[in-house]
Design a protein. Structure first.
Length: 292
């Protein structure tokens, strides 16, 4: 007999769902009441077991995190490109959109969430591998969110911002701000299994509908890239462990490097690995030569 213990929104897969932004984790969600026995999406049948068909689907990275709603203003500013960039230059404003509107005042919407004492908000990032081929993401995003809400069995208020490029060089992607309550005003609890597998499957499915399936050449290139990324991570792990053994860095510093590595794009990963390699080389150059 399956367990009826509530599945809580905090039980996310921590490694695969690290937020891209350096926001603190939100408060621990409390149970939404006896009527909530499992998280949203736990019973969705979305064909995840059909692994063979997933090779031809468009590759899409999806990240989900939650944060206190009283801190949402900062994310709205980031998503809307408010203020200056890291180099002190004016940014081109990004207009948010919702399920029904093409232009949304994100500050007004999220202020209403905060005034309603929402427990938190969700931040979701959808990054298609070939996102640059989608000129306007609105139709695809709306269709995808409609499917997610069907899986969850509830309506959820959300706003989205399309970014064509970010500071780490990632291509076209979408930032979502999603309300932390369902259509009845209860806390939105998403099943961990859906966070782990369902989100990626649904968004890959939607991008594939938009762009068509990947060609054999793209599949082969993708597999080769995945192999290179695995090898690169193994090299980084080896260098970090070596740096700790040599006293170049502490375990705490190594943990910081590993967290930054997970959150960084490929250019950032290369830079972090090179920094560790350079630190090891400097340490070795200072060591006295062994004499007989």
């Amino acid at each position: 007999m399956p367990s009826t213990r509530p599945i809580r929104a905090t039980r996310f897969d921590r490694e695969r769902l690290k937020p891209q932004m350096s926001a603190k984790a939100g408060p621990t969600p409390s149970a939404a009441g006896a009527k909530v026995l499992q998280g949203r999406g736990c019973t969705a049948r979305i064909g995840i077991s059909a692994r063979s068909s997933r090779l031809s689907m468009q590759r899409t990275v999806v990240k989900l995190s939650y944060h206190p709603v009283d801190g949402v203003r900062g994310l709205v500013c980031y998503a809307a490109h408010g203020g200056l960039d890291k180099d002190g230059n004016e940014q081109e404003p990004v207009v948010g959109y919702s399920e029904t509107e093409d232009a949304v005042d994100g500050h007004a919407v999220t202020a209403a969430w905060a005034s309603a004492n929402d427990p938190r908000y969700f931040h979701m990032i959808v990054s298609p591998e070939n996102g640059d081929r989608i000129a306007d993401t609105r139709a695809m995003i709306r269709a995808g969110m409609e499917q997610l809400q069907k899986d969850w069995g509830t309506h959820v208020e959300w706003i989205a911002y399309q970014h064509d490029r970010d500071q780490d060089g990632a291509g076209r992607h979408v930032h979502f701000l999603m309300r932390g309550v369902d259509c009845n005003g209860d806390e939105l609890l998403i099943a961990p299994s859906y966070v782990r597998d369902g989100l990626i499957y649904r968004w890959s499915e939607q991008v594939t509908k938009e762009l068509g399936p990947r060609s054999e050449r793209e599949i082969r290139a993708g597999l080769e890239q995945s192999a290179r990324l695995r090898e690169h991570k193994l090299e980084k792990d080896r260098l970090v462990e070596q740096a700790v053994e040599l006293g170049v860095m502490t375990r705490k510093q190594a943990s910081t490097i590993n967290r930054q590595y997970v959150k960084s794009g490929q250019n950032g990963k290369e830079q972090l690995t090179q920094q560790v390699r350079n630190a090891i080389d400097r340490q070795r150059s200072q060591e006295p030569e062994m004499t007989p």
